[in-house]
Design a protein around this ligand. Structure first.
Ligand SMILES: Cc1cc2nc3c(=O)[nH]c(=O)nc-3n(C[C@H](O)[C@H](O)[C@H](O)COP(=O)(O)OP(=O)(O)OC[C@H]3O[C@@H](n4cnc5c(N)ncnc54)[C@H](O)[C@@H]3O)c2cc1C
Length: 423
């Protein structure tokens, strides 16, 4: 079986590693960028994602590059604690939670893949622009006469000079991100990405450890919010979110740079005895802005032999450390489904969608609520000095979120593995 993968991000690379671990060797990743570079800032991986990467043999590498998050704490905008809970191993999980530099994570995945499958397994400067297949995506009718492809799929891939090649496979996994070209083909009427009019600013800074040294903190309210966590020794990752109605930039583009000192002005008086937020932000070399964007849960992810995965299938607001994590889970379930339905790719893809789409869709909606009503409700309680009630509300929200995203400790610790035992 030959699998073509569009996109060499966290989703695409984990898919290739998962398929290989499940016994597939004929794989090809096409990545539009010229190289897999250590771009970006931090990403937090809760234990459900860490479990999957550990079962792919990457546990030691994660421990080497990540900071094990031991605590998640919420503070109000005066720096007063609302609520804190333990995370990762400290919370009784069998796997840690890690805060990691996104580019380093991507590099670890890339290196593992090229070591296991060879340098040629990832082709850079290759953009998947379209596909043809025997199963017509929208009506599901087989039209073998049309292209002579009863089961397979042909992907059109263009290089940096615009030369196009056709690659044939049994399956095309579209892991090409929030602005997926493949999704645009199967959902031609989807329309533009959705946004709630919030802007996110992100950066990293050299900074001494704060609080426990492994804390992730969320400070603020529904008008202004800052998330801070360490991603390396003396390296802190931060994210500032604020509504900018009518000003949202290019949705889905997270590479727009701006001066961190400009970002720091939004929190000029957030100087607490445990962290000087404006100084921390202003001390960064660079900041990036990213308008918050997602789309409504999709009614279908599998179209014949094309399967959407990761952000291409379920881009979500980053309010819950779950976008990349859900992509990792998709990858593992896809490989598991293919291995447990030998010789029946269509059934395997149906099983993949049945397992993953309801979960990821509910996380998409939950992240919208986290960004919206949940924050507003908790902030209203805090403004009335009802920190106790806010704490109870947060506790309940977090517990419910872990359940729906697949990482409440009891369920995760007991769930059978998606690793395929090969004989
Ligand atoms: C501010 C912010 C903070 C976040 N924090 C977290 C967090 O803490 N925890 C978490 O789990 N998630 C987080 N996320 C979400 C996470 O970053 C994404 O969900 C994750 O990167 C999705 O991975 P992906 O591989 O599906 O897509 P992407 O990472 O977007 O990768 C897609 C890849 O495909 C390539 N590509 C695009 N089009 C094509 C094409 N046509 N052909 C070939 N290649 C193509 C791109 O160059 C890219 O390399 C955050 C997101 C943001 C914006």
């Amino acid at each position: 079986m030959k699998t073509l993968i569009a996109g060499g991000g966290i989703g695409g690379l984990t898919t290739a590693l998962s398929l290989h671990a499940a016994g597939q060797t004929d794989l090809q990743v096409f990545e539009a960028a010229a190289e897999i570079r250590q771009l970006g800032v931090g990403v937090n991986l809760p234990p459900h994602a860490v479990r999957e990467l550990t079962e792919l043999g990457l546990g030691d590498e994660l421990a080497r590059i990540g900071i094990p998050t031991s605590e998640l704490a919420y503070y109000d905008r005066r720096g007063k604690l609302i609520w804190a809970e333990t995370r990762g191993l400290a919370a009784g999980y069998r796997w840690p939670q890690y805060s990691i530099h996104r580019g380093r994570l991507q590099q670890v995945l890339y290196e593992a893949l090229t070591q296991r499958l060879g340098e040629g397994s990832v082709k850079t400067s290759r953009r998947v622009t379209g596909f043809e297949q025997g199963v017509v995506p929208h009506d599901g009718v087989r039209d073998e006469a049309r292209n002579g492809l009863p089961d397979g799929v042909r992907a059109r891939v263009s290089d940096r000079d615009g030369h196009s090649q056709v690659h044939q496979g049994d399956l095309l996994v579209a892991a090409d991100g929030i602005r997926s070209a493949a999704r645009a083909i199967v959902y031609p009427d989807q329309g533009p990405l959705a946004t709630n009019g919030w802007m996110m600013y992100r950066g990293t800074t050299q900074h001494a450890p704060f609080l426990s040294g492994t804390s992730m903190v969320i400070i603020g309210d529904e008008h202004l919010r800052v998330v801070v966590y360490p991603i390396g020794p003396d390296v802190i990752n931060w994210l500032l979110v604020r509504p900018v109605p009518g000003e949202a930039g290019e949705l889905g583009n997270w590479n727009r740079e701006l001066d961190p000192r400009q970002v720091a002005t939004h929190v000029h008086d957030w100087t607490f005895d445990w962290l000087d937020v404006p100084a921390m932000i202003a001390g960064s070399q660079m900041a990036w802005e990213y308008p918050m964007a997602d789309f409504d849960p999709l009614p279908r992810w599998v179209f014949g032999r094309v399967a959407l995965l990761g952000d291409a299938a379920h881009a979500m607001y980053p309010f819950g450390s779950n976008g990349a994590s859900q992509a990792i889970l998709d990858a593992r379930v896809l490989a598991w489904s293919l291995a447990t339905h030998p010789g029946n790719i269509d059934e395997a893809l149906a099983a993949y969608e049945a397992e993953r789409r309801p979960v990821a869709s509910s996380v998409q909606l939950a992240n919208r609520r986290q960004a919206g009503d949940v924050m507003a409700r908790i902030s209203a309680l805090v403004r009335q000095d009802a920190h106790g009630a806010a704490k109870e509300e947060l506790k309940a929200v977090e517990a419910q979120y872990k359940k729906l995203a697949g990482f409440d400790a009891e369920t995760l610790n007991q769930r059978p593995s998606w690793s395929v035992v090969r004989t």
